[in-house]
Design a protein around this ligand. Sequence first.
Ligand SMILES: C[S@@+](CC[C@H](N)C(=O)[O-])C[C@H]1O[C@@H](n2cnc3c(N)ncnc32)[C@H](O)[C@@H]1O
Length: 223
Amino acid sequence: MNSCLVESRQTTIHQDLATLVRKHAATTYLRPIAEFSIAAFRCFQEMFAASGKKRLVIDSGCGTGDSTAFLAKIFPEAFVCGFDRSLHRTAKHRYQSETRNYAVLQAELEDMWRLLATPGYTDIIDFHALYYPNPYPKPRHILRRWHGHPLFAPMLNLAATTELRTNWRVYAEEFSESAQMLGYKTVFEELPYNIEPRTAFERKYLASGHLLYRVEITKHERH
Ligand SMILES: C[S@@+](CC[C@H](N)C(=O)[O-])C[C@H]1O[C@@H](n2cnc3c(N)ncnc32)[C@H](O)[C@@H]1O
């Protein structure tokens, strides 16, 4: 079945983006971390320790975990952890017996990101995947897009490289522009149509002929 293109009244970068990104970068996000997130974090810590790996890759909003398993293959030296709040999606994951350097956990990203935001982790997270986040295309919902979230700046600081993928060009443009406002250099490109799909949504979008975009942000290239 063909999936629909993102429809929005918003066809260019949101007019409030710059104000929002700068305001959020100067504030601290104070929402208390939920008990269940602390439990999920302990589970992650135990699995990471048991893996014997010294490097980390995280897959935020991993859905059914296809991308987590994919990343575990291309980062064999790392422990790869996918986080998604939807148990309905994470429970669908079928672990691949040949790659066991990964886990797919139910967790709230806003809590995991803050729990990971210590040098003990930020120094060893090589890659952060943010694949096909919900676009929230209504202009008034910009605060729900990750670059409109108060945790955008600390989130970009988690990994050496952060990669966003989306099928909504405006989302990619806003994400890239927001990172640039915080001093990062960014790579913005269209994905080739013949790539091997990394996620369930990517597979669906490719099959429907959507254009897909990626934004790559590298921490050491901050100017
Ligand atoms: C559009 S789906 C994409 C899933 C997957 N990355 C893919 O491409 O197939 C977005 C995912 O982000 C998850 N998500 C959104 N907000 C989240 C949050 N605050 N904490 C954890 N997961 C979240 C949703 O549960 C959903 O599975």
